[in-house]
Design a protein around this ligand. Structure first.
Ligand code: HMG
Length: 389
């Protein structure tokens, strides 16, 4: 049975800061951000946007394209959870009005959470071929102000329908996995910014890539040349370039001029102007590839590398389905990104320093620009989400 991604949709905040602005204020040469880490803009969520609103806003357009009653599983991968107990999936389930005969669960393993969700959803669909799963990755990447991680912040959500006979990407059964108990990046429950051993994290990411690839190759016998394109987890775009160069070298492949750009260039565009979106980021790269590729990718095999600090990594693959373009959200993605508003440095810092009310009082949040779902406020420690279209 063919199982994989039937529909895919991406959402990010309507606000961003130019990394030129950040560089100027921090006294850093902008070339370090634009060239050294390969980022141009960071998406910043306003106070009435969180992982739940981003997820619901990503999911709504594709939910409208199917019979939502068929969804009997909602899996939500995130590492910026808003509640220690209630799953973000349960909020989204309610906001989208899904069937009560449905499981709704949140998964966590840093940026790997959504990939775990995709594979669990595929196993579910294999046992119940008529069912559909809604898989979400949604995160806000947040580091300390002035830290080396600061220019790699961002936010975004990707929603996917996983089903049999998928219209976008059939995912192969075999994949390569690598897990190791390391402290490269973490966020204790009492902190709202991540802690990271930055340089070490990049080394672990690359080592895990080699290990996951080795396992993938043992399972499948495929080689580097079997892939038309590669999508890598994107903490920043330069990381994917380094990963691709590393994988090619590991496979004994010499990249010719233009190969890097042709094999991964289209996957980087959205991340470069939104920043890291942790669990969503690999799939933001996939959206970017599908939306921007001038070549018809129908029938082509794509290599996918998911990395979550801590760490769990997986190399898997899928084949883009003929006619996939008709089912993409390309026009909506372009409009959303084109209509975003730029923040000044002061506005960015003010939003960053705002603290979520924890006093149990009744707080109504200022209305910013969001897609239909927004976080209207909090009362008695309960978040209040509204559909404001
Ligand atoms: P840093 O240490 O300040 O930067 O921060 P650097 O000194 O290493 O410079 C970065 C690059 O810019 C270097 O290039 C410099 O040479 C270059 P490289 O040697 O790497 O090729 N550079 C310049 N280029 C042009 N003009 C200039 C200039 N100056 C310098 N003037 C670091 C870098 C990655 C450490 C930092 O951004 C960080 O800590 N980021 C957060 C952690 C991270 O993203 N790690 C990635 C792997 S782990 C991962 O992906 C998982 C994650 O998504 C979390 C999860 O799983 O949940 C993070």
């Amino acid at each position: 049975m063919n199982v994989g991604i039937d529909l895919i949709s991406f959402y990010t905040s309507n606000y961003f800061i130019e990394l030129k602005t950040l560089a100027t204020t921090r006294g850093v040469d902008p070339a370090k951000y634009y060239i050294g880490i390969g980022q141009e803009k960071m998406a910043i969520p306003p106070p009435d946007e969180d992982i739940v609103t981003m997820a619901a806003n990503a999911a709504l357009p594709i939910i409208k394209q199917i019979d939502p009653a068929q969804i009997d599983l909602v899996l939500f991968g995130t590492e910026s959870g808003i509640d220690q107990s209630k799953a973000a999936a349960a909020f989204v389930h309610g906001m989208l009005g899904l069937s009560h005969r449905c499981r709704a669960v949140e998964l966590k393993e840093a940026c790997y959470g959504a990939t775990a969700a995709v594979h669990l959803a595929m196993a579910h669909v294999r046992t119940k071929p008529d069912s559909k799963a809604l898989v979400i990755g949604s995160d806000v990447a947040r580091y300390e102000l002035g830290s080396p991680g600061e220019p790699t912040q961002g936010c975004g959500a990707v929603a996917m329908i996983v089903s049999s006979n998928p219209r976008t990407m059939k995912i192969d059964l075999q994949s390569g996995i690598y897990t190791d108990d390391v402290m490269d990046f973490w966020r204790p429950n009492y902190r709202d910014q991540a802690l990271v051993d930055g340089k070490y994290s990049t080394r672990v990411y690359l080592h895990a890539l080699e290990e996951a690839w080795k396992h993938y190759q043992e399972q499948t016998g495929r080689s580097f040349g079997d892939f038309a394109r590669f999508c890598y987890h994107l903490p920043f775009t330069r990381m994917a370039e380094k990963a691709h160069e590393r994988l090619a070298k590991f496979c004994g492949v010499e990249l010719a001029a233009g190969d890097l750009e042709r094999q991964i260039g289209d996957t980087l565009f959205y991340n470069r102007i939104t920043g890291n979106s942790y669990a969503a980021s690999l799939y933001v790269g996939l959206c970017s590839l599908l939306d921007r590729s001038a070549e018809d990718l129908g029938g082509k095999r794509i290599g996918m590398y998911s990395y979550g600090s801590g760490c769990v990594a997986e190399f898997f693959s899928g084949t883009i389905q003929p006619g996939y373009c008709a089912h993409l959200q390309t026009a909506r993605h372009a409009k959303m990104l084109a209509e975003r508003a730029e923040l000044t440095f002061r506005q960015y810092e003010d939003i960053y320093n705002l603290r979520f009310p924890t006093d149990g009082g009744d707080h109504e949040f200022t209305r910013y620009r969001t897609a239909p779902f927004r976080l209207a406020g909090v009362k008695a420690h309960k978040r209040h989400y509204v559909h404001s279209a």
